[in-house]
Design a protein around this ligand. Structure first.
Ligand code: HEC
Ligand code: HEC
Ligand code: HEC
Length: 485
Protein backbone atom coordinates (compact mmCIF):
# COMPACT_ATOMS: atom_id res chain seq x y z
CA UNK A 1 0.00 0.00 0.00
CA UNK A 2 2.81 2.38 1.00
CA UNK A 3 4.69 1.45 -2.15
CA UNK A 4 1.61 2.22 -4.23
CA UNK A 5 1.28 5.59 -2.55
CA UNK A 6 4.94 6.42 -3.18
CA UNK A 7 4.61 5.32 -6.78
CA UNK A 8 1.55 7.52 -7.22
CA UNK A 9 3.31 10.52 -5.72
CA UNK A 10 6.24 9.80 -7.98
CA UNK A 11 4.08 9.71 -11.05
CA UNK A 12 3.20 13.28 -10.31
CA UNK A 13 6.58 14.31 -8.99
CA UNK A 14 9.25 12.87 -11.17
CA UNK A 15 9.18 13.96 -14.74
CA UNK A 16 11.24 11.21 -16.36
CA UNK A 17 9.16 8.46 -14.76
CA UNK A 18 6.50 7.41 -17.12
CA UNK A 19 4.84 4.69 -15.13
CA UNK A 20 4.71 3.32 -11.63
CA UNK A 21 7.20 0.59 -12.38
CA UNK A 22 9.72 3.10 -13.68
CA UNK A 23 9.23 5.17 -10.52
CA UNK A 24 9.85 2.10 -8.43
CA UNK A 25 12.97 1.29 -10.32
CA UNK A 26 14.31 4.84 -10.01
CA UNK A 27 13.95 4.49 -6.25
CA UNK A 28 15.62 1.09 -6.34
CA UNK A 29 18.46 2.52 -8.40
CA UNK A 30 18.81 5.48 -6.06
CA UNK A 31 19.03 3.10 -3.12
CA UNK A 32 21.74 1.15 -4.94
CA UNK A 33 23.71 4.30 -5.81
CA UNK A 34 23.50 5.33 -2.14
CA UNK A 35 25.03 1.93 -1.29
CA UNK A 36 27.78 2.31 -3.89
CA UNK A 37 28.58 5.77 -2.51
CA UNK A 38 28.22 4.86 1.17
CA UNK A 39 25.92 7.85 1.87
CA UNK A 40 24.07 6.08 4.66
CA UNK A 41 27.18 5.28 6.67
CA UNK A 42 28.08 8.92 7.31
CA UNK A 43 24.58 10.36 7.35
CA UNK A 44 22.94 7.76 9.57
CA UNK A 45 21.26 9.34 12.58
CA UNK A 46 22.85 8.74 15.96
CA UNK A 47 19.64 6.99 16.97
CA UNK A 48 19.97 4.77 13.88
CA UNK A 49 17.39 6.61 11.76
CA UNK A 50 18.37 6.41 8.09
CA UNK A 51 19.94 9.68 6.90
CA UNK A 52 18.96 11.49 10.15
CA UNK A 53 22.47 12.94 10.56
CA UNK A 54 24.42 13.79 13.68
CA UNK A 55 27.45 11.63 13.16
CA UNK A 56 30.59 13.56 14.10
CA UNK A 57 33.64 13.40 11.88
CA UNK A 58 36.76 14.26 13.86
CA UNK A 59 39.31 16.33 11.97
CA UNK A 60 42.58 17.72 13.29
CA UNK A 61 40.88 21.12 13.18
CA UNK A 62 37.71 20.25 14.98
CA UNK A 63 34.50 18.28 14.60
CA UNK A 64 32.38 18.27 11.46
CA UNK A 65 28.84 16.97 11.77
CA UNK A 66 27.09 15.09 8.95
CA UNK A 67 23.68 16.76 8.52
CA UNK A 68 20.13 15.42 8.29
CA UNK A 69 19.49 14.70 4.58
CA UNK A 70 15.98 13.26 4.96
CA UNK A 71 13.08 15.02 3.18
CA UNK A 72 12.20 17.08 6.28
CA UNK A 73 11.42 20.60 5.05
CA UNK A 74 12.75 22.22 8.19
CA UNK A 75 15.75 20.06 9.07
CA UNK A 76 16.65 18.18 5.89
CA UNK A 77 16.61 18.65 2.14
CA UNK A 78 12.81 18.70 1.76
CA UNK A 79 12.79 22.15 0.20
CA UNK A 80 15.75 21.59 -2.08
CA UNK A 81 15.35 21.39 -5.84
CA UNK A 82 17.18 18.63 -7.70
CA UNK A 83 19.61 21.26 -9.04
CA UNK A 84 20.45 22.42 -5.51
CA UNK A 85 20.92 18.82 -4.42
CA UNK A 86 23.19 18.11 -7.39
CA UNK A 87 25.31 21.19 -6.63
CA UNK A 88 25.76 20.16 -3.00
CA UNK A 89 26.67 16.54 -3.77
CA UNK A 90 28.94 17.20 -6.75
CA UNK A 91 30.44 20.58 -5.97
CA UNK A 92 30.14 20.96 -2.23
CA UNK A 93 27.95 24.02 -2.48
CA UNK A 94 24.75 23.77 -0.46
CA UNK A 95 22.10 26.52 -0.36
CA UNK A 96 23.58 27.39 3.07
CA UNK A 97 27.15 27.75 1.84
CA UNK A 98 30.28 25.75 1.10
CA UNK A 99 30.65 22.26 2.51
CA UNK A 100 33.91 20.86 3.85
CA UNK A 101 35.29 17.89 1.91
CA UNK A 102 34.64 15.62 4.89
CA UNK A 103 31.69 15.13 2.52
CA UNK A 104 33.51 13.48 -0.43
CA UNK A 105 32.16 15.80 -3.14
CA UNK A 106 35.50 15.99 -5.01
CA UNK A 107 34.91 12.32 -5.94
CA UNK A 108 31.12 12.61 -6.35
CA UNK A 109 31.69 15.38 -8.94
CA UNK A 110 31.78 12.50 -11.45
CA UNK A 111 28.26 11.19 -10.60
CA UNK A 112 26.21 10.85 -13.79
CA UNK A 113 23.06 12.95 -14.20
CA UNK A 114 20.95 9.78 -14.06
CA UNK A 115 22.49 8.64 -10.77
CA UNK A 116 22.11 12.08 -9.18
CA UNK A 117 18.46 12.03 -10.23
CA UNK A 118 17.96 8.54 -8.81
CA UNK A 119 19.61 9.56 -5.51
CA UNK A 120 17.42 12.63 -5.26
CA UNK A 121 14.22 10.70 -5.95
CA UNK A 122 15.24 7.98 -3.50
CA UNK A 123 16.04 10.40 -0.66
CA UNK A 124 13.13 12.70 -1.30
CA UNK A 125 10.36 10.14 -1.86
CA UNK A 126 11.23 6.94 -0.08
CA UNK A 127 12.96 8.11 3.12
CA UNK A 128 11.01 8.97 6.25
CA UNK A 129 11.56 12.65 7.22
CA UNK A 130 13.38 13.12 10.51
CA UNK A 131 12.02 16.23 12.20
CA UNK A 132 15.02 17.31 14.20
CA UNK A 133 18.55 18.41 13.46
CA UNK A 134 21.72 16.84 14.84
CA UNK A 135 22.22 17.48 18.56
CA UNK A 136 25.74 18.80 17.97
CA UNK A 137 26.93 21.45 15.53
CA UNK A 138 30.04 21.77 13.43
CA UNK A 139 32.39 24.11 15.24
CA UNK A 140 35.76 24.82 13.68
CA UNK A 141 37.98 27.58 15.07
CA UNK A 142 38.79 30.75 13.13
CA UNK A 143 39.79 30.95 10.31
CA UNK A 144 38.55 27.49 9.40
CA UNK A 145 34.97 28.44 10.25
CA UNK A 146 34.96 30.71 7.18
CA UNK A 147 33.39 28.38 4.67
CA UNK A 148 34.00 30.70 1.74
CA UNK A 149 37.69 29.90 2.09
CA UNK A 150 36.88 26.61 0.38
CA UNK A 151 36.61 28.42 -2.95
CA UNK A 152 40.37 28.42 -3.49
CA UNK A 153 40.81 24.79 -2.56
CA UNK A 154 37.88 23.71 -4.71
CA UNK A 155 39.35 25.46 -7.74
CA UNK A 156 42.45 23.30 -7.35
CA UNK A 157 41.11 19.95 -6.20
CA UNK A 158 37.41 19.62 -6.92
CA UNK A 159 37.33 19.95 -10.66
CA UNK A 160 35.86 16.59 -11.73
CA UNK A 161 33.13 16.51 -14.36
CA UNK A 162 30.02 14.31 -14.41
CA UNK A 163 30.60 11.03 -16.28
CA UNK A 164 28.23 9.75 -18.96
CA UNK A 165 25.48 7.34 -18.00
CA UNK A 166 26.07 5.21 -21.11
CA UNK A 167 29.67 4.51 -19.97
CA UNK A 168 29.02 4.15 -16.28
CA UNK A 169 25.73 2.21 -16.05
CA UNK A 170 25.88 -1.53 -15.35
CA UNK A 171 27.93 -3.19 -18.07
CA UNK A 172 29.27 0.16 -19.37
CA UNK A 173 32.91 0.41 -20.48
CA UNK A 174 33.83 2.69 -17.56
CA UNK A 175 31.77 1.01 -14.86
CA UNK A 176 34.84 -0.13 -12.88
CA UNK A 177 36.49 3.28 -13.01
CA UNK A 178 33.21 4.90 -11.94
CA UNK A 179 32.80 2.56 -8.97
CA UNK A 180 36.38 3.16 -7.79
CA UNK A 181 37.01 6.84 -8.45
CA UNK A 182 33.52 8.33 -8.19
CA UNK A 183 31.02 6.43 -6.08
CA UNK A 184 33.50 4.37 -4.03
CA UNK A 185 35.74 7.40 -3.44
CA UNK A 186 38.54 4.88 -2.78
CA UNK A 187 41.17 7.57 -3.41
CA UNK A 188 39.94 9.67 -0.49
CA UNK A 189 41.69 7.12 1.73
CA UNK A 190 44.11 5.23 -0.56
CA UNK A 191 45.69 8.17 -2.46
CA UNK A 192 48.43 10.16 -0.72
CA UNK A 193 47.83 13.90 -0.32
CA UNK A 194 50.05 16.74 -1.46
CA UNK A 195 51.11 19.67 0.71
CA UNK A 196 47.75 21.41 0.33
CA UNK A 197 46.01 18.15 1.12
CA UNK A 198 44.54 17.59 -2.29
CA UNK A 199 44.86 14.03 -3.64
CA UNK A 200 48.22 13.60 -5.40
CA UNK A 201 47.01 12.48 -8.83
CA UNK A 202 50.48 11.28 -9.85
CA UNK A 203 50.32 8.67 -7.09
CA UNK A 204 46.73 7.50 -7.39
CA UNK A 205 45.87 4.68 -4.95
CA UNK A 206 49.55 4.34 -3.93
CA UNK A 207 48.71 4.13 -0.21
CA UNK A 208 48.14 6.74 2.51
CA UNK A 209 47.72 7.19 6.24
CA UNK A 210 44.25 8.05 7.39
CA UNK A 211 43.48 8.74 11.02
CA UNK A 212 46.09 6.33 12.36
CA UNK A 213 45.27 3.47 9.96
CA UNK A 214 47.14 2.87 6.71
CA UNK A 215 45.12 2.43 3.51
CA UNK A 216 47.60 0.31 1.54
CA UNK A 217 48.88 0.67 -2.00
CA UNK A 218 46.14 -0.88 -4.19
CA UNK A 219 47.70 -0.19 -7.59
CA UNK A 220 48.38 -3.18 -9.85
CA UNK A 221 52.02 -3.49 -8.72
CA UNK A 222 52.71 -7.15 -7.79
CA UNK A 223 55.07 -6.27 -4.91
CA UNK A 224 53.71 -3.06 -3.38
CA UNK A 225 50.09 -3.30 -4.55
CA UNK A 226 47.41 -5.87 -5.32
CA UNK A 227 49.04 -7.22 -8.52
CA UNK A 228 49.47 -10.60 -6.83
CA UNK A 229 45.79 -10.90 -5.87
CA UNK A 230 43.51 -12.72 -8.32
CA UNK A 231 40.33 -10.99 -9.46
CA UNK A 232 38.33 -13.54 -7.46
CA UNK A 233 40.33 -12.86 -4.29
CA UNK A 234 39.60 -9.15 -4.58
CA UNK A 235 35.91 -9.90 -5.02
CA UNK A 236 35.93 -12.13 -1.91
CA UNK A 237 37.61 -9.32 0.04
CA UNK A 238 34.99 -6.77 -1.04
CA UNK A 239 32.14 -9.16 -0.22
CA UNK A 240 33.38 -10.52 3.11
CA UNK A 241 36.32 -8.36 4.24
CA UNK A 242 38.75 -11.27 4.55
CA UNK A 243 40.96 -13.28 2.21
CA UNK A 244 42.71 -16.14 3.99
CA UNK A 245 46.47 -15.83 3.72
CA UNK A 246 46.32 -12.21 2.61
CA UNK A 247 44.29 -9.55 4.31
CA UNK A 248 41.56 -8.66 6.80
CA UNK A 249 39.59 -5.44 6.74
CA UNK A 250 39.46 -3.29 9.87
CA UNK A 251 39.02 0.46 10.48
CA UNK A 252 37.48 2.48 7.67
CA UNK A 253 37.81 -0.43 5.25
CA UNK A 254 35.59 -2.58 7.46
CA UNK A 255 32.98 0.20 7.27
CA UNK A 256 33.36 0.59 3.50
CA UNK A 257 32.73 -3.16 3.15
CA UNK A 258 29.98 -3.48 5.73
CA UNK A 259 27.90 -0.52 4.55
CA UNK A 260 28.81 -0.33 0.87
CA UNK A 261 30.84 -2.90 -1.06
CA UNK A 262 29.31 -6.07 0.43
CA UNK A 263 25.90 -4.97 -0.87
CA UNK A 264 27.00 -4.59 -4.49
CA UNK A 265 26.21 -7.25 -7.08
CA UNK A 266 28.82 -9.66 -8.45
CA UNK A 267 29.22 -7.88 -11.78
CA UNK A 268 30.04 -4.63 -10.00
CA UNK A 269 32.53 -6.26 -7.61
CA UNK A 270 34.28 -7.85 -10.59
CA UNK A 271 34.29 -4.50 -12.40
CA UNK A 272 36.03 -2.91 -9.38
CA UNK A 273 38.58 -5.73 -9.19
CA UNK A 274 39.33 -5.54 -12.93
CA UNK A 275 39.75 -1.78 -12.72
CA UNK A 276 42.21 -2.06 -9.81
CA UNK A 277 44.21 -4.65 -11.71
CA UNK A 278 44.58 -2.07 -14.49
CA UNK A 279 45.53 0.92 -12.33
CA UNK A 280 49.12 1.84 -13.35
CA UNK A 281 51.53 0.08 -10.96
CA UNK A 282 53.41 2.18 -8.43
CA UNK A 283 56.29 0.51 -6.59
CA UNK A 284 57.37 1.74 -3.15
CA UNK A 285 61.15 1.93 -3.08
CA UNK A 286 61.48 0.07 0.22
CA UNK A 287 59.33 -3.01 -0.47
CA UNK A 288 60.84 -6.23 -1.75
CA UNK A 289 57.99 -8.68 -1.26
CA UNK A 290 54.20 -8.39 -1.03
CA UNK A 291 52.89 -7.46 2.43
CA UNK A 292 51.21 -10.88 2.73
CA UNK A 293 54.42 -12.55 1.56
CA UNK A 294 55.81 -13.72 4.91
CA UNK A 295 54.97 -17.28 4.01
CA UNK A 296 55.54 -19.03 7.33
CA UNK A 297 56.20 -18.23 10.95
CA UNK A 298 59.80 -17.95 12.00
CA UNK A 299 61.08 -20.68 14.33
CA UNK A 300 59.85 -20.42 17.90
CA UNK A 301 62.21 -18.51 20.21
CA UNK A 302 64.57 -20.71 22.26
CA UNK A 303 62.67 -20.01 25.51
CA UNK A 304 59.36 -21.86 25.29
CA UNK A 305 56.42 -19.52 25.86
CA UNK A 306 54.47 -20.41 29.00
CA UNK A 307 50.84 -20.58 27.97
CA UNK A 308 49.84 -20.78 31.62
CA UNK A 309 50.12 -17.03 32.14
CA UNK A 310 46.96 -16.19 30.25
CA UNK A 311 45.03 -14.53 33.03
CA UNK A 312 43.41 -11.11 33.16
CA UNK A 313 46.07 -10.22 35.77
CA UNK A 314 48.86 -10.34 33.27
CA UNK A 315 46.88 -7.92 31.13
CA UNK A 316 46.38 -5.46 33.95
CA UNK A 317 49.97 -5.55 35.22
CA UNK A 318 50.96 -2.34 33.48
CA UNK A 319 54.63 -2.81 34.31
CA UNK A 320 55.00 -5.97 32.26
CA UNK A 321 56.61 -5.11 28.91
CA UNK A 322 57.73 -8.59 27.95
CA UNK A 323 56.40 -9.01 24.40
CA UNK A 324 56.24 -12.81 24.51
CA UNK A 325 54.31 -12.82 27.79
CA UNK A 326 51.93 -10.13 26.60
CA UNK A 327 51.34 -11.99 23.34
CA UNK A 328 50.56 -15.15 25.26
CA UNK A 329 48.20 -13.33 27.58
CA UNK A 330 46.44 -11.11 25.08
CA UNK A 331 46.65 -12.68 21.63
CA UNK A 332 47.48 -16.38 21.67
CA UNK A 333 43.98 -17.50 22.66
CA UNK A 334 42.80 -16.52 19.21
CA UNK A 335 45.83 -16.23 16.95
CA UNK A 336 47.51 -19.26 18.67
CA UNK A 337 50.94 -19.41 20.24
CA UNK A 338 52.67 -19.98 16.91
CA UNK A 339 50.70 -17.18 15.23
CA UNK A 340 49.12 -19.38 12.61
CA UNK A 341 45.54 -18.80 13.77
CA UNK A 342 42.82 -21.44 14.04
CA UNK A 343 42.50 -24.18 11.42
CA UNK A 344 39.50 -22.51 9.80
CA UNK A 345 41.19 -19.08 9.98
CA UNK A 346 38.19 -17.57 11.78
CA UNK A 347 40.97 -16.27 14.01
CA UNK A 348 43.49 -15.55 11.33
CA UNK A 349 47.18 -16.20 10.88
CA UNK A 350 49.44 -13.27 11.77
CA UNK A 351 51.92 -14.16 9.07
CA UNK A 352 50.74 -14.00 5.45
CA UNK A 353 48.78 -10.97 6.70
CA UNK A 354 49.13 -7.48 5.22
CA UNK A 355 48.77 -5.83 8.63
CA UNK A 356 51.96 -7.44 9.96
CA UNK A 357 54.01 -7.75 6.76
CA UNK A 358 53.34 -4.31 5.28
CA UNK A 359 55.66 -1.35 4.89
CA UNK A 360 54.66 0.17 8.25
CA UNK A 361 53.17 -1.07 11.53
CA UNK A 362 50.13 1.24 11.63
CA UNK A 363 47.42 -1.35 10.99
CA UNK A 364 48.94 -3.78 13.48
CA UNK A 365 49.03 -1.08 16.18
CA UNK A 366 45.53 0.21 15.30
CA UNK A 367 44.08 -3.32 15.29
CA UNK A 368 45.43 -3.80 18.83
CA UNK A 369 44.19 -0.36 19.92
CA UNK A 370 40.77 -0.36 18.27
CA UNK A 371 40.11 -4.05 17.63
CA UNK A 372 38.30 -5.35 14.56
CA UNK A 373 34.53 -5.20 14.10
CA UNK A 374 32.91 -6.09 10.85
CA UNK A 375 29.70 -7.81 9.94
CA UNK A 376 28.39 -8.68 6.51
CA UNK A 377 25.81 -11.18 5.30
CA UNK A 378 28.70 -13.68 5.02
CA UNK A 379 29.42 -13.50 8.74
CA UNK A 380 31.22 -11.37 11.26
CA UNK A 381 34.72 -10.76 12.54
CA UNK A 382 35.50 -9.52 16.00
CA UNK A 383 38.70 -8.79 17.86
CA UNK A 384 38.57 -6.87 21.16
CA UNK A 385 40.12 -3.43 21.58
CA UNK A 386 43.08 -3.30 23.96
CA UNK A 387 43.07 0.49 24.18
CA UNK A 388 42.22 0.46 27.88
CA UNK A 389 43.97 -2.79 28.78
CA UNK A 390 47.51 -2.19 27.55
CA UNK A 391 49.78 0.84 27.99
CA UNK A 392 51.56 2.36 24.99
CA UNK A 393 54.76 0.62 26.16
CA UNK A 394 52.96 -2.71 26.24
CA UNK A 395 51.38 -2.18 22.83
CA UNK A 396 54.83 -1.38 21.44
CA UNK A 397 56.28 -4.50 23.09
CA UNK A 398 53.62 -6.87 21.81
CA UNK A 399 53.77 -5.26 18.34
CA UNK A 400 57.53 -5.76 18.17
CA UNK A 401 57.14 -9.38 19.24
CA UNK A 402 54.54 -9.94 16.48
CA UNK A 403 56.61 -8.12 13.84
CA UNK A 404 59.72 -10.07 14.79
CA UNK A 405 58.18 -13.48 14.85
CA UNK A 406 55.44 -13.30 12.24
CA UNK A 407 55.74 -10.15 10.16
CA UNK A 408 58.06 -7.52 8.73
CA UNK A 409 61.03 -7.97 11.09
CA UNK A 410 62.74 -4.85 9.75
CA UNK A 411 60.15 -2.65 11.48
CA UNK A 412 60.04 -1.67 15.11
CA UNK A 413 57.62 0.34 17.18
CA UNK A 414 58.26 2.60 20.17
CA UNK A 415 55.79 3.77 22.80
CA UNK A 416 55.86 7.25 21.29
CA UNK A 417 55.05 5.76 17.85
CA UNK A 418 52.03 4.12 19.47
CA UNK A 419 50.83 7.36 21.02
CA UNK A 420 51.32 9.23 17.71
CA UNK A 421 49.39 6.55 15.79
CA UNK A 422 46.61 6.66 18.40
CA UNK A 423 46.43 10.44 17.96
CA UNK A 424 45.72 9.99 14.25
CA UNK A 425 49.21 9.48 12.83
CA UNK A 426 51.77 12.00 11.74
CA UNK A 427 50.28 15.47 11.33
CA UNK A 428 50.12 16.68 7.74
CA UNK A 429 52.98 19.03 6.83
CA UNK A 430 50.59 21.91 6.37
CA UNK A 431 49.38 21.72 9.95
CA UNK A 432 52.92 21.44 11.27
CA UNK A 433 53.95 24.50 9.29
CA UNK A 434 50.92 26.41 10.43
CA UNK A 435 52.09 26.10 13.98
CA UNK A 436 55.09 28.20 13.01
CA UNK A 437 54.02 30.53 10.22
CA UNK A 438 52.17 33.77 10.48
CA UNK A 439 50.65 33.22 7.09
CA UNK A 440 48.71 30.37 8.59
CA UNK A 441 45.39 31.79 7.56
CA UNK A 442 46.52 32.01 3.95
CA UNK A 443 47.80 28.47 3.85
CA UNK A 444 44.69 27.39 5.68
CA UNK A 445 42.53 29.04 3.07
CA UNK A 446 43.80 26.56 0.54
CA UNK A 447 44.45 23.58 2.68
CA UNK A 448 42.12 23.20 5.58
CA UNK A 449 39.34 21.65 3.60
CA UNK A 450 41.57 18.81 2.61
CA UNK A 451 42.62 18.35 6.19
CA UNK A 452 39.09 18.15 7.32
CA UNK A 453 38.26 15.72 4.59
CA UNK A 454 41.34 13.66 4.19
CA UNK A 455 43.38 13.35 7.29
CA UNK A 456 40.51 12.35 9.47
CA UNK A 457 38.06 10.62 7.21
CA UNK A 458 39.00 7.29 8.65
CA UNK A 459 38.13 8.28 12.14
CA UNK A 460 34.69 9.07 10.91
CA UNK A 461 32.84 6.03 11.97
CA UNK A 462 33.69 4.81 15.39
CA UNK A 463 30.30 3.23 15.55
CA UNK A 464 29.97 0.89 18.41
CA UNK A 465 29.04 -2.50 17.11
CA UNK A 466 29.32 -3.95 20.55
CA UNK A 467 27.04 -6.87 19.92
CA UNK A 468 29.96 -8.81 18.47
CA UNK A 469 32.75 -7.43 20.58
CA UNK A 470 34.33 -9.69 23.16
CA UNK A 471 36.09 -7.95 26.00
CA UNK A 472 39.73 -8.66 26.75
CA UNK A 473 38.75 -10.08 30.14
CA UNK A 474 36.63 -12.70 28.43
CA UNK A 475 38.87 -14.05 25.76
CA UNK A 476 37.74 -17.30 24.20
CA UNK A 477 39.57 -20.53 24.89
CA UNK A 478 41.92 -21.60 22.11
CA UNK A 479 39.94 -22.41 18.99
CA UNK A 480 36.58 -21.51 20.55
CA UNK A 481 34.39 -19.27 18.39
CA UNK A 482 32.34 -16.33 19.47
CA UNK A 483 28.69 -16.09 18.68
CA UNK A 484 26.96 -12.74 18.38
CA UNK A 485 25.24 -11.75 21.58
C1 HEC B 1 32.60 10.35 4.51
C2 HEC B 1 31.32 10.78 5.02
C3 HEC B 1 30.25 11.18 4.04
C4 HEC B 1 29.77 10.48 2.97
C5 HEC B 1 30.22 9.11 2.47
C6 HEC B 1 28.69 11.26 2.42
N1 HEC B 1 28.54 12.42 3.12
FE1 HEC B 1 27.24 13.94 2.69
N2 HEC B 1 28.08 15.07 4.13
C7 HEC B 1 29.04 14.66 5.02
C8 HEC B 1 29.36 15.76 5.91
C9 HEC B 1 30.37 15.72 7.04
C10 HEC B 1 28.58 16.85 5.51
C11 HEC B 1 28.58 18.25 6.12
C12 HEC B 1 29.80 19.00 5.64
C13 HEC B 1 29.87 20.39 6.18
O1 HEC B 1 29.29 20.72 7.22
O2 HEC B 1 30.54 21.20 5.52
C14 HEC B 1 27.77 16.38 4.39
C15 HEC B 1 26.84 17.17 3.71
C16 HEC B 1 25.94 16.69 2.77
C17 HEC B 1 24.88 17.47 2.17
C18 HEC B 1 24.55 18.92 2.47
C19 HEC B 1 23.46 18.98 3.49
C20 HEC B 1 23.19 20.34 4.05
O3 HEC B 1 22.25 20.48 4.83
O4 HEC B 1 23.95 21.29 3.72
C21 HEC B 1 24.21 16.63 1.31
C22 HEC B 1 22.98 16.95 0.46
C23 HEC B 1 24.87 15.34 1.37
N3 HEC B 1 25.93 15.41 2.25
C24 HEC B 1 24.47 14.24 0.66
C25 HEC B 1 25.23 13.07 0.56
C26 HEC B 1 24.95 12.01 -0.37
C27 HEC B 1 23.77 11.96 -1.32
C28 HEC B 1 25.93 11.07 -0.20
C29 HEC B 1 26.16 9.82 -1.00
C30 HEC B 1 26.24 10.03 -2.44
C31 HEC B 1 26.81 11.55 0.87
N4 HEC B 1 26.35 12.75 1.30
C32 HEC B 1 27.93 10.86 1.34
C33 HEC B 1 29.64 13.42 5.07
C34 HEC B 1 29.47 12.42 4.12
C1 HEC C 1 37.53 5.24 4.72
C2 HEC C 1 38.79 4.92 4.10
C3 HEC C 1 38.79 3.88 3.01
C4 HEC C 1 38.01 3.85 1.88
C5 HEC C 1 36.92 4.83 1.46
C6 HEC C 1 38.44 2.70 1.13
N1 HEC C 1 39.44 2.04 1.79
FE1 HEC C 1 40.34 0.29 1.20
N2 HEC C 1 41.38 0.24 2.93
C7 HEC C 1 41.38 1.22 3.90
C8 HEC C 1 42.19 0.76 5.01
C9 HEC C 1 42.45 1.52 6.30
C10 HEC C 1 42.68 -0.51 4.67
C11 HEC C 1 43.54 -1.44 5.54
C12 HEC C 1 42.58 -2.32 6.32
C13 HEC C 1 43.22 -3.32 7.23
O1 HEC C 1 44.17 -4.01 6.79
O2 HEC C 1 42.75 -3.45 8.34
C14 HEC C 1 42.16 -0.81 3.34
C15 HEC C 1 42.43 -1.99 2.65
C16 HEC C 1 42.03 -2.24 1.35
C17 HEC C 1 42.44 -3.39 0.57
C18 HEC C 1 43.37 -4.51 1.06
C19 HEC C 1 44.77 -4.13 0.72
C20 HEC C 1 45.83 -4.92 1.42
O3 HEC C 1 46.96 -4.92 0.92
O4 HEC C 1 45.56 -5.50 2.48
C21 HEC C 1 41.85 -3.28 -0.66
C22 HEC C 1 41.98 -4.25 -1.83
C23 HEC C 1 41.06 -2.05 -0.64
N3 HEC C 1 41.21 -1.45 0.59
C24 HEC C 1 40.32 -1.58 -1.70
C25 HEC C 1 39.47 -0.47 -1.62
C26 HEC C 1 38.59 -0.06 -2.68
C27 HEC C 1 38.47 -0.72 -4.05
C28 HEC C 1 37.91 1.04 -2.23
C29 HEC C 1 36.81 1.83 -2.92
C30 HEC C 1 35.69 1.07 -3.43
C31 HEC C 1 38.37 1.30 -0.88
N4 HEC C 1 39.33 0.38 -0.55
C32 HEC C 1 37.90 2.34 -0.09
C33 HEC C 1 40.67 2.40 3.88
C34 HEC C 1 39.69 2.73 2.94
C1 HEC D 1 39.09 -12.74 20.69
C2 HEC D 1 39.99 -13.17 19.68
C3 HEC D 1 41.17 -12.26 19.34
C4 HEC D 1 42.15 -11.77 20.18
C5 HEC D 1 42.27 -11.97 21.68
C6 HEC D 1 43.06 -11.05 19.34
N1 HEC D 1 42.64 -11.08 18.04
FE1 HEC D 1 43.57 -10.24 16.47
N2 HEC D 1 41.99 -10.75 15.28
C7 HEC D 1 40.90 -11.47 15.65
C8 HEC D 1 39.95 -11.51 14.58
C9 HEC D 1 38.60 -12.24 14.61
C10 HEC D 1 40.51 -10.78 13.52
C11 HEC D 1 39.87 -10.46 12.16
C12 HEC D 1 39.61 -11.67 11.34
C13 HEC D 1 38.91 -11.34 10.05
O1 HEC D 1 38.99 -10.22 9.57
O2 HEC D 1 38.25 -12.26 9.52
C14 HEC D 1 41.80 -10.32 13.99
C15 HEC D 1 42.68 -9.58 13.23
C16 HEC D 1 43.95 -9.23 13.62
C17 HEC D 1 44.92 -8.55 12.79
C18 HEC D 1 44.69 -8.08 11.36
C19 HEC D 1 44.13 -6.67 11.45
C20 HEC D 1 44.08 -5.90 10.16
O3 HEC D 1 43.83 -4.69 10.26
O4 HEC D 1 44.29 -6.47 9.10
C21 HEC D 1 46.03 -8.38 13.54
C22 HEC D 1 47.32 -7.72 13.10
C23 HEC D 1 45.77 -8.94 14.85
N3 HEC D 1 44.50 -9.44 14.86
C24 HEC D 1 46.67 -8.93 15.90
C25 HEC D 1 46.33 -9.25 17.21
C26 HEC D 1 47.20 -9.04 18.34
C27 HEC D 1 48.61 -8.51 18.27
C28 HEC D 1 46.50 -9.43 19.45
C29 HEC D 1 46.93 -9.35 20.89
C30 HEC D 1 47.28 -8.03 21.38
C31 HEC D 1 45.20 -9.91 18.99
N4 HEC D 1 45.15 -9.77 17.65
C32 HEC D 1 44.21 -10.41 19.81
C33 HEC D 1 40.70 -12.06 16.90
C34 HEC D 1 41.47 -11.80 18.01
Amino acid sequence: MKRLLIATILLAACRPCTDARAADSVIARGAYVARMADCAACHMGNDGTPFGGGHVIESPLGSIVAPNITPSRQFGIGNWTEAQFARAVRRGLSPDGHLYPAMPYPAYAGLSDEDIHALYVYLKWSIVPVEHGPSVETALPFPFNLRTLMVGWNALYARGKPMKHADTASGGSKRGEYLVTVTGHCGSCHTPRNILLGEDQSRQLAGASVGGWFAPNITSDPISGIGGWSEDELVIYFRTGAVVGKSHAAGGMADAIEHGLSHLDDDDLHAIARHLKNVPPIRDANTTQPAYGVASARPAPPEPVDLGVRTPDSLTDATDTDGARLYTAACAACHQANGEGTADQFYPSLYANTATGGPNPQNLVMAIVKGVRRSTHSGFASMPSFEHELTDDQIAAVSNYVLNRFGNASLSVSASDVSAIKAGGEKPLLLRLMGRLDIAAMAGALGFGGLAGGAAILRRKERIKAQFAPSPEHLPEQGEHLTPR
